[in-house]
Design a protein around this ligand. Structure first.
Ligand code: CAA
Length: 379
């Protein structure tokens, strides 16, 4: 067993760290405050290859492994989780789903632009009444011969107004339950496709979250991904990898808060000494550091499973379940270590604490991860 990262891995990690510190850190507080999408920064992420990291170079991607992706996600999430969610959705859900299950024509038409970041994508599964219970899709894709007639509403869609390519999950054959669901590629600007107002969120406030409305949108048959009725499996399979991305995001939020708390504890004095000299703080730092290391190992294990073509549904769910709890716990403690300073925006940790919460909700709540894990354990 080898726990050493390769030189290529270390180079990707260093490049992501450098990008996060030089391009994302300036302005991150203002973007959060004003709910401003990091448009320029996302464009640069595309130019640097962070938006299609694992895609085959013949489609414009970086051809990297999932371990590289985890390392880059951690570094970027340490600084700006609003930017890293764009990266995660584009890489794991949209690019991966299209590369794995799309036709050659779909790959040439959509993946090549998504992998280079020329355009970004969105993954549209959640609905007002179908979040965790993803089989209860109300959005319909009626088969009209050479096209589908799409009607319905999607909620909480990341990259909602900034994406150009939307992978939309919809019910075609209600009598078949989840086996009657399809995944369709919908383009921005198709007639009948409307974007609702931006959500005013607790965290990841720079990210672009909207509801989407489809009214008699005609989606050509060639935009269906996979066989008729494959849509639910497409969503589940894609989300299994997506959870590794969100686990790494949670890891990054935790390690970003930890680094800030560690630094602060060596600078801030109380009762005549740096607070790091007090055992009350040392115990917190020891717990935080240990939990982060365990979360990192779970993320790398899941990535390794995926890279070596083993089943990663359970390891990905475990990584997400654990890392998102570590993100929540660590950021709360980081605020506590900072005391009053932790409660104000300039010190970053309050934002990381707010950002951490979403990692326990999206791409399956913690309760959904437990369902996935227990089903695998009981198989
Ligand atoms: N890969 C491929 N197929 C899979 C799969 C996987 N990992 N997991 C399940 N399936 C298949 C099953 O084999 C089954 O197929 P058959 O019936 O043909 O054999 C089918 O999918 C249904 O599976 P289940 O019976 O397990 O389905 P279920 O109704 O019991 O639900 C669930 C399972 C795990 C609860 C699922 O509904 C789920 O994951 N819910 C959460 C949804 C979610 O994560 N939403 C996130 C929204 S996206 C988002 O957040 C993106 C963003 O913007 C950041």
């Amino acid at each position: 067993m080898n726990f050493q990262l390769t030189e290529e891995h270390l180079a990707v990690q260093a490049a992501a760290r450098d990008f996060a510190q030089t391009e994302l850190l300036p302005g991150v507080i203002e973007r959060d405050e004003h709910q401003k999408f990091p448009a320029e920064q996302v464009k640069k992420m595309g130019e640097l290859g962070f938006l299609g990291m694992m895609v085959d170079p013949k489609y414009g991607g970086g051809g990297m492994d999932t371990i590289s992706y985890v390392l880059a996600m951690e570094e970027i999430s340490k600084v700006d989780a609003s930017a890293s969610v764009v990266m995660s959705v584009n890489n794991s859900l949209v690019c991966w789903g299209l590369e794995k299950y799309g036709t050659e024509e779909q790959k040439q038409k959509y993946l090549t632009k998504l992998a280079t970041g020329e355009v970004i994508g969105a993954f549209c599964l959640s609905e007002p009444e179908a979040g965790s219970d993803a089989t209860s899709q109300r959005t319909t894709a009626e088969d009209k011969g050479d096209y589908y007639l799409l009607n319905g509403t999607k909620n909480w869609i990341t990259n909602g107004s900034t994406a150009s390519v939307y992978l939309v999950i919809a019910q075609t054959h209600p009598e078949k339950g989840h086996r009657g669901i399809n995944a369709l590629i919908v383009e921005r600007g198709m007639e009948g496709f409307a974007i609702g107002p931006k959500e005013n969120k607790l965290g990841i406030r720079g990210s672009d979250t909207h509801s989407l409305m489809f009214t008699d949108v005609k989606v050509p048959k060639e935009n269906r991904i996979g066989e008729d009725g494959f849509g639910f499996k497409f969503a589940m399979s894609t989300l299994a990898g997506g959870r590794i991305g969100i686990a790494s995001q949670a890891l990054g939020i935790a390690s970003g808060a930890f680094e800030l708390a560690l630094k602060y504890s060596k600078e801030r004095k109380a009762f005549g000494v740096e607070i790091a000299k007090h055992q009350a703080i040392q115990f917190k730092l020891a717990d935080m550091g240990t939990n982060i290391e365990a979360a990192r190992l779970l993320c790398l294990q899941a990535a390794y499973d995926k890279d070596t073509h083993q089943d990663y549904a359970m390891s990905g769910a475990m990584a997400k379940l654990f890392a998102s709890k570590v993100a929540m716990d660590t950021t709360v403690e980081a605020v506590q270590i900072h005391g009053g300073y932790g409660f104000v925006k300039e010190y970053h940790v309050e934002r990381l604490m707010r950002d951490a919460k979403i990692t326990q909700i999206y791409e399956g709540t913690s309760e959904i991860q437990k369902i996935v894990i227990s089903r695998e354990l009981l198989k």
